[in-house]
Design a protein around this ligand. Structure first.
Ligand code: GLN
Length: 556
């Protein structure tokens, strides 16, 4: 668009107040979605205040899922929201942490780049934050860069980020920079009143640091009446129309529409002097929502994993089921099954009501035998099965144990001394001692064998999916497994690393070494998830038919 290439890149900063978990990521992604749907080139980046270089070494209990980008960065799960909403890829430049900032500054200091100066938070750390905040904008690839500042205003650790925003608000032309502050307006049931004080305090804290928000988005469980909006605007010093209500929505995918109703994108564009942009084209998004909210049937799917207490640990898998459900016009009820508590004596009770079983990715020993037991159940009972990463590796272990008869078969991740290491450390990993950022990460190609289930699913022979693992299928066992009926239907074309295994004797049994969930979006649901949900629907229909027949026989 000529109009766009002539203008400066516009920067939106999104801060959060009062409490964490208000959904800054969703608000940022929704605004980005609306601007992109109007024809602008938009990206979103997240600045996280922790000192880890990236979340790759964090336990999912600490930080939820670790989202992996195409270029192999281990990032915050909010990047998953950005990709799902925008339907475009992010990269390692889209997630910056305090750790990364400090590392850059300290490395430069060691190189002698500061010419004998004392290296300090102001200006050196702040300058590095500002440089990174502007980096994607300087590429010339984007009209709008939205930067989400992690954490809550007032936290000691987010101060440098807020100071960087203050300086940029001062340095950039006013019409190129905008600050959105997301806060909470709680409802006090005893007083039957919405309370604006926490919002006033959080905005004041931001203002004490010299940052004036242009727009205030209020998360609330009740509608914000005009007088409450006016009060927030007056005491927080924003224009009367610039207080936006963000009511709890039945699905995060509704939030862009809610924000459009509230005029968030319109206000942003007015500030940027771009009021004449076309209205957003949300037709594909609306088609998805229409299917999402009007399912014709329901399936029950088990998600067997060890982090099931924490929904965020399997965020992308859960979202992929939402996309694949909509694609099949059905509601997928996901039942979280804790793999640590699955064993031979209770597996039937835990899994017999399921129309499909997914065994989740993971690391380490805890819960691994439960995963193997669930896989055996799926294989023997012809229940549609889908294993991801560790889930795929455990298919191979289960097959080696039960079909090949190697009772001690295992991954060397758990039993390094096993006599049958059917899953083993990748050669290039053997010399690795550093844990952070050293797995096989990001997008790699996979060549698919024609005539297989994988080929029917993808409809082509060369695909690319994202990875995050250190262990692999041990090709020493490939011939033996193939002879016994396990098909390695996808391999890396360069190294021969087995990427997909399947069982042609089973109605739907597939394990993938990669993480297909990382590329599923509402507008492009991931093919393996779509096929798995379809298989679950067919399984449910067969089950209902058999039950119906049995009942009819009984009454004869
Ligand atoms: N722990 C396994 C490996 O490192 C699987 C990893 C995963 O499931 N993401 O290979």
């Amino acid at each position: 668009m000529i109009f766009c290439s002539l203008m400066n890149t516009k920067y939106v900063f999104v801060t959060g107040g009062v409490t964490s978990s208000l959904g800054k990521g969703i608000i940022s992604a929704s605004l980005a979605k609306l601007l992109k749907a109007r024809g602008l080139r938009v990206t979103i980046q997240k600045f996280d205040p922790y000192i880890n270089i990236d979340p790759g070494t964090l336990n999912p209990y600490e930080h939820g899922e670790c989202y992996v980008t195409e270029d192999g960065a281990e990032t915050d799960l909010d990047l998953g929201h950005y990709e799902r909403f925008l339907n475009v890829y992010t990269s390692k430049a889209n997630n910056v942490t305090t750790g990364k900032i400090y590392r850059t500054v300290i490395d430069r200091e060691r190189e002698g780049a500061y010419l004998g100066k004392t290296v300090q938070i102001v200006p050196h750390i702040i300058d590095e934050i500002k440089r990174r905040m502007l980096l994607l904008g300087k590429s010339g690839n984007y009209d709008v860069v939205i930067t989400e500042i992690g954490g809550t205003v007032g936290d000691m650790e987010s101060h440098p980020f807020i100071e960087a925003v203050r300086q940029l608000q001062w340095e950039l032309p006013e019409e190129d920079c905008l600050v959105v502050h997301l806060t909470l307006v709680p409802y006090l049931d005893a007083a039957k009143e919405l309370k604006t004080k926490p919002t006033q305090h959080s905005v004041r804290m931001l203002q004490q640091d010299g940052v004036n928000p242009d727009i205030i988005v209020c998360r609330t469980e009740h509608k914000l009446p005009a007088d409450v909006r006016r009060k927030v605007a007056l005491f927080c010093n924003v224009k009367p129309g610039h207080v936006i209500e963000s009511l709890d929505a039945p699905s995060v995918y509704m939030v862009p529409l809610k924000m459009q109703e509230e005029g968030l994108d319109r206000i942003v564009l007015e500030h940027f002097g771009m009021k004449d942009m076309p209205e957003p084209d949300l037709s594909r998004w609306n088609e998805f929502l229409d299917k999402l909210f009007n399912p014709k049937s329901t399936v029950d799917v088990a998600l067997v994993g060890k982090y099931v207490e924490l929904q965020d640990a399997y965020k992308s898998i859960l979202e992929s089921f939402i996309h694949a459900g909509a694609a099949n016009e059905c509601k997928v009820r996901v039942h979280s099954i804790h793999s640590e508590y699955v064993n031979e004596s209770n597996v039937n009770e835990k899994l017999s009501g399921m129309d499909g079983i997914l065994v989740a990715p993971g690391f380490g020993e805890r819960g691994i035998e439960g995963k193997i037991t669930a896989i055996k159940y799926a294989r023997e009972h012809n229940v549609p099965f889908f294993g991801i990463c560790l889930g795929m590796q455990m298919c191979v272990v289960e097959f080696a144990r039960d079909v090949l008869g190697y009772a001690d078969a295992m991954t060397t991740e758990v039993v390094p001394s096993t006599a049958h290491p059917v899953i083993d450390l990748m050669e290039e990993q053997k010399s690795t001692t550093i844990k952070g950022g050293t797995m096989r990460l990001g997008a790699y190609e996979c060549k698919i064998e024609p005539g297989t289930l994988a080929y029917r699913i993808y409809g082509k022979d060369l695909i690319s999916e994202r990875h995050r693992h250190r262990y692999e299928f041990n090709n020493y066992y490939l011939d033996e497994m193939t002879r016994a009926g396990l098909v390695a239907s996808g391999k890396n074309p360069e190294t021969g690393l087995v990427e997909i295994v399947e069982l042609p004797s089973h109605p739907f049994f597939i394990g993938v070494q990669f993480h297909p969930e990382l590329k599923s979006t509402p507008e492009n649901p991931q093919p393996v998830f779509v096929a798995f949900v379809k298989a679950a629907l067919e399984y449910a229909a067969r089950k209902a038919e058999t039950a119906g027949k049995a009942k009819a026989d009984e009454t004869k």
